[in-house]
Design a protein around this ligand. Structure first.
Ligand code: SF4
Length: 438
């Protein structure tokens, strides 16, 4: 009988968070985690469908796992989970009949039972219905050392025209505020000091359920003893306004880092993307953030090569990047996805131009990110110690409230906060000296 498992995770923070629930589901049913796929009875691929590249990587891994069968004793039971499982289970099972369990986006917690069922019946188990979504029953046990992710809203109702997520994860569903608060309290009781609230669109929290809104939720979490830093990911610019920014920025535990996806600097492309905001609105949100947060770091997501994007549209994106001077940006080349509105527009897609634009954008952002890091030199900051530096055991890798990584020589261990003064930059990492322990 299968008793050990190994999980491989692709894609965004939501998927990483879902993998924690998969692992806890296995553990509560008596399975044991192993650190190498060779030793696993069950291998779970928790997959991503957001870009074609992520899908190809999973196909590559499935091919690798097929080759594993010839060099190991027992054949592992392969579980396909997450977005690819939801999107194309029939096709993938035809190509890879060694997949015995398929668990779509509403079934992460059902995987161990499905594995047991396959063990009993030897019939593949496919769970892709979306009748009922249950939030994770695991609360304090979701802690990962001194930090934890807390899912507050599942799914997305925005239907950005390039995005497959609403088609795979379904419409927004907010976790009841009482359950979120209970989870954060339990995490704090386990020594968690930093939480990141997660959702495809956290600003929409409570909208469909009639529960309290996102700013109210943050205010309640801000009062929970033990939690010292609160982060959130991802925000939709349409759902931010001046009042919400003011309320959130006024909470002393909320970190001064806002991830605000722009996607494109062209209003024409934003409209085709169905992003539901204009550049003027985006700028007004940014103004509010810079007014109310003290010295906030701003990061973003940008897509180049969206269908019909012209040189002029792309130049507008570069202009906004120069104007905002993002601390960092996740940059992507447009990837046509099934079910999406933009895939209908893709006839004029020029991959070579998109590749050149991506390189130009990365180059620009790289130099701005470096300048933004240089701006930190000489400043004092409170940092959270993450772990020992890989290069030097007497130094610790730490993180600022602005989510910048800093190397600090210190005797203190992970989970402690210290005050530092930033002194220099090595590559993309800041270096600092300790000023005093908090
Ligand atoms: S907000 Fe848009 S990009 Fe983000 S998950 Fe929803 S549909 Fe996708």
């Amino acid at each position: 009988m299968a008793t050990t498992y190994f999980i491989e995770t692709y894609g965004c923070e939501m998927n990483k968070s879902d993998s924690i629930d998969i692992a806890l589901s296995f553990q509560t049913r008596g399975f044991e985690e192993v650190s190498c796929e060779d030793d696993a009875d069950v291998i779970v691929l928790n997959t991503c469908s957001v870009r074609g590249h992520a899908v190809e990587r999973v196909f590559g891994r499935l091919g690798y796992y097929r080759s594993l069968r010839t060099r190991r004793r027992g054949e592992p039971l392969i579980v396909l989970a997450g977005c690819m499982a939801q999107e194309q289970s029939d096709r993938i099972m035809e190509l890879f009949p060694e997949i015995k369990v398929v668990a779509g986006t509403y079934h992460y917690m059902h995987i161990p039972d499905a594995v047991r069922e396959y063990g009993r019946t030897r019939n593949p188990v496919v769970l892709t219905d979306r009748e009922q979504y249950d939030f994770s029953p695991f609360k304090g046990s979701r802690a990962e050392g001194h930090s934890a992710w807390v899912n507050i809203i599942m799914g997305c109702s925005n239907y950005c025209s390039y995005c497959i997520v609403p088609h795979l994860r379904g419409p927004e569903k907010s976790k009841p505020a009482g359950a979120v608060i209970d989870e954060v309290r339990q995490l704090a009781a386990r020594g968690v000091v930093e939480i990141t609230l997660l959702g495809q669109n956290v600003n929409a929290y409570g909208r469909e359920s009639g529960d309290i809104g996102f700013a109210d939720l943050l205010e309640r979490i801000n009062d929970i003893e033990g939690i010292q830093w609160i982060r959130f990911l991802t925000s939709h610019p349409r759902d931010f306004d001046h009042d919400i920014v003011r309320r959130i920025a006024g909470l002393e535990k909320v970190c001064n880092h806002v991830h605000l996806p722009l996607q494109s600097g062209s209003d024409r492309i934003l409209s085709l993307m169905n992003r539901q905001y204009t550049l003027d609105h985006y700028r007004s949100v940014l103004d509010s953030i810079r007014t109310h947060f003290s010295d906030a770091a701003i990061t973003t997501d940008l897509i180049v090569g969206f269908p019909t994007e012209s040189d002029e549209d792309f130049a507008m994106t570069l202009d906004v990047v120069r104007e905002v001077r993002y601390d960092d940006a996740f940059t992507y080349r447009y990837s046509s996805r099934p079910f999406t509105g933009a895939s209908e527009l893709a006839t004029t897609y020029d991959t070579a131009a998109a590749g050149r634009r991506l390189e130009e954008l990365i180059e620009l952002q790289r130099s701005i990110s470096h300048q933004r890091n240089e701006d930190e030199i000489g400043k004092r900051a409170t940092v959270l110690i993450e772990r020992e530096s890989k290069k030097n055991a007497s130094e610790m890798l730490c993180k600022t409230g602005k989510n910048k990584m800093v190397i600090v020589p210190t005797d203190l261990g992970p989970g402690r906060f210290i005050d530092v003064e930033i002194e220099s930059i090595a590559g993309n990492t800041l270096r600092a000296r300790e000023v005093r322990a908090v």
